[in-house]
Design a protein around this ligand. Structure first.
Ligand SMILES: Nc1ncnc2c1ncn2[C@@H]1O[C@H](COP(=O)(O)OP(=O)(O)O)[C@@H](O)[C@H]1O
Ligand SMILES: [Mg+2]
Length: 330
């Protein structure tokens, strides 16, 4: 597959007012092939938005470069950007114009005119499933519908690479589903490459042909979901539901020290608020199913009340825990 995006050693350092340097992105490299969905998966503050902002030319890299369809974003920014579709998180539409008028307006900004504009707007309206409502003012639309118009705007110039930066943050489940389906359709119906960022491993797992896991400004793993989960090998994740119970520092400490006594078990924790755990406690265990009886005995010994235990096959969350020692949601 030909390469659509090539990211080479991107570095971004921000200088704060007090003079301190923030190393937001520290040498990130990856490729995206034509017609491939690539997701950057990492917790808040990992450097996803900064990476994407450099690729789209919003901010300039401190070091490194990226090329879109062979055009360098630093040396040939116009050619590079012509191939890139931007779907911003915020809705940027004219409320008093109709969906169709908004699309026409933005189309003209891309220098698309006449019959070509009519054709592309029709095509986009079809894609975002708003043909029926095209002549209604955007101000009468639901949040999800506005978002779809926004997506349409980003597709008018028929980009070959589309990026979406955490597009599902703060949307209702139904709109979220639609956004995920849109991403899949961009690939399957238009053969577009998609760069998608998220902190949600479920999204990454569902959408991605390949995933780049990013943490503290560094890409720590790249591969297909299958390749990455294979790295964790036979490690299963035991998810202990401790409900409302607050497992304090002392109990956690005992759990941590004693769990290593069970062979091939390592401890990792989700949803930790300060030194205490509430909700879920995660334990990675080689052949976790087999370690289950020992883990249950241990929980009894240390007086941790568990309402249910779930054994999960290796997933991207497990990969992340394994590589970083902390959870995506921490
Ligand atoms: N303009 C800026 N000035 C200073 N620090 C920044 C700026 N933008 C981002 N950062 C810092 O860079 C790091 C990465 O941020 P960001 O790329 O937004 O992460 P993500 O999108 O993965 O949540 C964070 O520590 C953030 O605080
Ligand atoms: Mg971000």
């Amino acid at each position: 597959m030909p390469t659509m995006l090539e990211v080479q050693n991107l570095v971004k350092e921000f200088k704060r007012r007090d003079g301190d340097i923030v190393k937001a992105v520290q040498g990130v490299s990856f490729d995206i092939h034509e017609g491939e969905i690539f997701s950057l998966l990492g917790p808040n503050g990992a450097g996803k938005t900064t990476t994407i902002s450099m690729i789209s030319g919003l901010i300039s890299p401190t070091e490194g470069d990226a090329s879109i369809g062979g055009h360098s974003i630093t040396k040939e920014p116009l050619k590079a950007k012509a191939l890139l579709g931007v779907i911003p998180q915020e809705i940027a539409l004219y409320p008093t114009l109709t969906a169709r008028q908004n699309l026409e307006f933005f189309g003209r900004m891309y220098d698309i005119t006449g019959q070509e504009l009519v054709k592309r707007v029709d095509e986009v309206l079809e894609f975002i499933d708003l043909v029926d409502r095209q002549n209604d003012r955007v101000e009468t639309f639901s949040g999800g519908m506005k978002r779809r118009v926004n997506i349409g705007v980003g597709l008018l110039h028929r980009p070959q690479l589309v990026y979406m930066d955490e597009p599902t943050v703060g949307v209702d489940p139904q709109s979220r589903r639609r956004i995920l389906d849109t991403v899949l359709r961009l690939r399957d119906e238009y053969q577009m490459a998609v760069l998608y960022t998220t902190h949600l491993m479920e999204e990454s797992q569902e959408l991605s042909d390949r995933v780049g896991i990013i943490d503290h400004g560094k890409l720590i793993a790249v591969g297909s979901v299958g390749e990455l989960t294979q790295q964790v090998g036979e490690e299963d994740r035991l998810v202990l539901n401790v409900g409302e119970q607050i497992v304090g520092e002392e109990l956690l400490g005992r759990l941590k020290s004693e769990i290593n006594g069970i062979s091939n078990v390592s401890y990792a924790n989700l949803a930790v608020d300060g030194a205490a755990a509430q909700g879920e406690i995660n334990i990675l265990a080689t052949r976790g199913r087999k370690a289950l009886p020992d883990v249950i005995t241990l929980l009894n010994d240390v007086w941790i009340d568990v309402s249910s235990i779930e054994v999960r096959e290796p997933d991207l969350e497990a990969v992340f825990l394994n590589l970083t020692g902390h959870a995506l949601r921490d």
